[in-house]
Ligand binder design. Structure first.
Ligand code: FES
Length: 356
């Protein structure tokens, strides 16, 4: 069940001057619950000044070989990241939901694939987990990683990446690109915009025929890299994306609007085999907020349509979403929705949280 568990912070390390690595201690009884796929994230909840704050952070460690670790970039004025920088101490506990998310590698030791990754800033966090797990578990696969940052001193996980490069010298190509520091070779200076991605691809990926690509960064960088890779011949569904930060534009087609008459809709949620029902208006609050008003806590984190912690499947009826930045087109086609963005269209809706 997607509920919060109290996990002890066993280690806190400064990763750079403006980022921290948080390591959790997982009690034996929760090991299975906190099993994860490389690339997944953890919703975290904490009370700050009497207010409940939820954030979602990607896991940077690789499954099975290291403790559960996340990377947190300290944002000026950031509620959780400020707390993580100033208040959190080793030995404290945080409320953590089990790992979640569709941005992950599906690994198979028999595979021999070529993977690409583009990461910007703290977007390296899930990519580090994916690269490490892939190189460890698929002995014949190779990875090409392009990592953009402003400066070397604020580059997260740089030591981990160099260590991986040393371990897997033959199968990992690693390229850093810095936007605020001159480089000996101009190709490594600049931002990961369309021209830079084309130049990097032309220079370092010739003849590689990549099978899959993983892209994580801010919204504009994601769209730019995805378009450039498709232009280079990669099928759209081979390019996996994970955004961070607030999206700038909707990736949704216009949603159908609710019926003009606004009677109540009956919502049934199925979770862990149990059914609960409540009534709510067709317009106004989202299903997550309406459920909370009836004492039913549904999973959520960002409430912005990005993290997909609230993902559920419409088993019956119809809903409309305000925005969707967290679901892939195939998930929408299969009936998955973001409950934090959803409002009922039909008079009766059933949401199944047990459907993966
Ligand atoms: S809670 Fe993050 S997308 Fe709904």
């Amino acid at each position: 069940m997607r509920q919060f568990h109290a996990l002890k912070v066993s280690r806190l390390q400064d990763e750079t001057a403006d980022s921290r690595r948080i390591t959790f201690d997982i009690p034996a009884a929760l090991r299975e619950t906190f099993t994860f796929l490389p690339g997944q994230h953890l919703p975290i909840q904490v009370e700050i000044d009497g207010k409940r704050v939820r954030r979602t952070y990607s896991i940077c460690s690789a499954p099975g070989v290291a403790p559960l670790e996340i990377g947190v970039r300290i944002q000026p004025g950031g509620q959780f990241s400020g707390f993580a920088a100033e208040v959190l101490r080793e030995g404290d506990t945080l409320e953590v939901m089990p790992p979640f998310g569709q941005f992950h590698a599906t690994l198979d030791a028999r595979q021999e694939k070529t993977y690409l990754a583009f990461a910007a800033g703290s977007g390296i966090t899930p990519i580090l987990s994916i690269v490490r797990a892939t190189l460890e578990q698929e002995a014949k696969s190779r990875f090409v990683l392009f990592y953009g940052n402003r400066r070397q001193r604020t580059t997260m996980f740089i030591d981990d990446l160099y260590a991986l490069k040393n371990r897997f010298a033959e199968r990992l190509q690693l390229y850093f690109v810095f936007s605020r520091e001159e480089q000996e070779f101009p190709i490594f200076h600049g931002r990961l915009d369309a021209d830079k991605v084309r130049e990097l691809y032309r220079t370092f990926c010739v003849g590689l025929q990549p099978d899959e690509a993983f892209v994580c960064g801010p919204d504009t960088m994601i769209e730019t890299v995805k378009a450039a890779l498709e232009e280079a011949g990669m099928p759209g569904d081979a390019v996996h994306i994970e955004r961070y930060g607030a999206p700038r534009k909707s990736v949704n087609k216009p949603a159908p609007q609710p019926a003009a008459d606004d009677g109540l809709a009956n919502i049934t949620v199925i979770m862990d085999g149990h059914r609960k029902s409540f009534d709510m208006p067709h317009a106004g609050d989202s299903i997550v907020d309406a459920a909370a008003q009836h004492g039913i806590e549904l999973p959520f984190s960002c409430k912005g349509g990005v993290c997909a912690t609230c993902r559920t499947k419409v088993a019956a009826g119809e809903v409309r979403m305000d925005t969707n930045y967290g679901l892939e087109p195939w998930e929408v086609d299969k009936g998955f929705v973001l409950a934090c963005q959803s409002h009922p269209i039909s008079d009766s809706v059933t949401l199944d949280y047990d459907e993966a």
